[in-house]
Write a protein that binds this ligand. Structure first.
Ligand code: ADP
Ligand code: ZN
Length: 205
């Protein structure tokens, strides 16, 4: 089962991706998490990616593709995987189509006007990738590994606006792209986490 989950920044795709991967024992491949890990580890790739991410821009395709190929070739991806945050434009989708076949592309449909608020309250663990909200984690600690939760550099208001614009211009057209390939499943992303998860499970049956 080779899956993609798509949706605007702040649509909750990372949260849903983690639930799907747990239920189906699939590796969760988030290019955003992989990039943040590289930045935290101070790698050359991380250094190159940081300025793009902080500005809310897409990291250049060559960098992300190298990262993705490397990850997808690992043994745990043999029987399937879930891609979260990749592909983000047509060039990435075409490149992906040359290495693997995508069985289902889940698309979380959201109200773009409400996403900026969601991102402002988002808190993440840079160590393990766990994502939650300020309201749900009042102690500011990761409930998975205990590390301190932080606000992502690109969740600042002025950057969020740019990310939503980049999404509309580059990534939203992929909905049509996967529809034409006959693998698209639209999901109403404005429900509770549990309801969205149930809708996804129904779509995967
Ligand atoms: P979100 O979907 O909430 O924007 P991500 O963690 O998926 O969060 O992405 C954060 C940032 O990482 C993006 O704004 C972009 O700079 C970079 N990034 C992640 N995935 C890709 C990708 N496939 N191509 C280019 N840049 C990417
Ligand atoms: Zn953690």
């Amino acid at each position: 089962m080779n899956l993609i989950i798509m949706g605007a920044p702040g649509s909750g795709k990372g949260t849903q991706a983690a639930l799907i991967c747990k239920a189906h024992s699939l590796p969760h491949i988030s290019t955003g998490d992989l990039l943040r890990k590289n930045i935290a580890d101070g790698t050359e790739l991380g250094k190159q990616a940081k300025s793009f991410m902080d500005a809310g821009k897409l990291v250049p395709d060559e960098l992300v593709l190298a990262l993705l190929k490397d990850r997808i070739e690992q043994a745990d991806c043999k029987n399937g995987f879930l891609l979260d945050g990749f592909p983000r434009n047509k060039a990435q989708a075409d490149a992906l189509g040359k290495i693997v076949t995508i069985d289902t592309a889940l698309n979380l449909e959201t109200d773009l006007n409400k996403l900026a608020d969601r991102m402002a309250s988002r808190r993440v663990c840079l160590k393990c990738g766990y994502t939650t909200s300020a309201q749900d984690a009042p102690d500011g600690k990761c409930k998975v590994c205990g590390d301190t939760l932080v606000i992502r550099d690109d969740d600042k208001r002025e950057v969020v606006e740019n990310r939503l614009k980049v999404y509309a211009e580059n990534t939203a057209p992929l909905v049509q792209y996967y529809k034409e390939k006959g693998v698209l499943k639209n999901i109403d992303g404005m429900q509770t986490i549990e309801q969205v998860n149930n809708a996804i499970e129904a779509a995967l049956k």
